[in-house]
Write a protein that binds this ligand. Sequence first.
Ligand code: BJW
Ligand code: ZN
Length: 244
Amino acid sequence: MREIPEELINRLKEAKKVAVLTGAGISAESGVPTFRGKEGLWSKFRPEELATVDAFLDNPKLVWEWYQYRRDIVDQVEPNPGHYALVEMEKYYPEFALITQNVDGLHRRAGSRNIYELHGNIMLSKCFDCGKTFDGDFDVKSGDIPHCECGGKIRPDVVWFGELLPAAVLNGAFQAAEAADLFLSIGTSALVHPAASLPFIARRNDACVVEVNLDPTPLTAEADFSLPGKAGEILPVLVEGLTG
Ligand code: BJW
Ligand code: ZN
């Protein structure tokens, strides 16, 4: 079993208010592709073709097919030991916030409760014009993209580049980062804002910042503890140290 510094176990045990930020890396071991890197979703598709309002307006069918492809993956995968370790952590702490950039819903399926989905949810849709939300599936493979009864185009209910994050969710995430005495950043390249600023906000407020990632990120040098490796292997060991 992997060695975790004793000082980190002590900090984990002493903490009362914990905030966690997750990114695509935590779902990689479930079989959901990440965005960047060799195996990333965007090594096959250019982001500006797919995850912006302009891309949707230019070619809604292409964007819908990409989301349909990703919905099919999410439908077929299960949470992994990394997701389940965070469920156990939430039981341990009096205050625990799970802030995720992921749209795959795997934290909720694993059993986490206090979740802030910063970038929306891939299984939900909304009207581009009137904002009405829809939770049903649409078959975009065989026909046109779906339309609302107002005539507007229906789009995935996710946050694209240049769009504002849902205000209440973002405020909750900022408050949790400001209040945290321990902040965990897991499986995110820490490049996309405002999510990427959250560990730095926690750091400014004297939180202990811990990173779990396969590769170095802009946060690595600033973190109090950097644990290189797979989230699905490291997080269960942290929980074991905490509760064992
Ligand atoms: C593992 C692992 C394993 C692998 N174990 N680890 C301030 C400064 C600069 C720019 C901006 C700024 N503020 C705003 C911006 C602009 C922009 C931005 O950040 N641009 C930067 C890229 C430069 N931000 C926005 O536009 C945001 N809106 C906004 O701020 O509104 C106000 C505003 C508007 C206009 C101008 C200015 C302000 C919105 C951002 C929305 C991001 N949306 C996406 C798509 C969501 C829908 C969908 O899923 O299709 O969100 S983009 C994509 O990136 C997705 C992700 O949530 C997000 C982050 O990616 P993530 O999760 O980090 O994944 P990867 O693939 O990058 O990294 C995976 C990591 O895991 C890697 O590090 C691996 O090593 C690791 N890993 N396996 C552990 N097993
Ligand atoms: Zn509508």
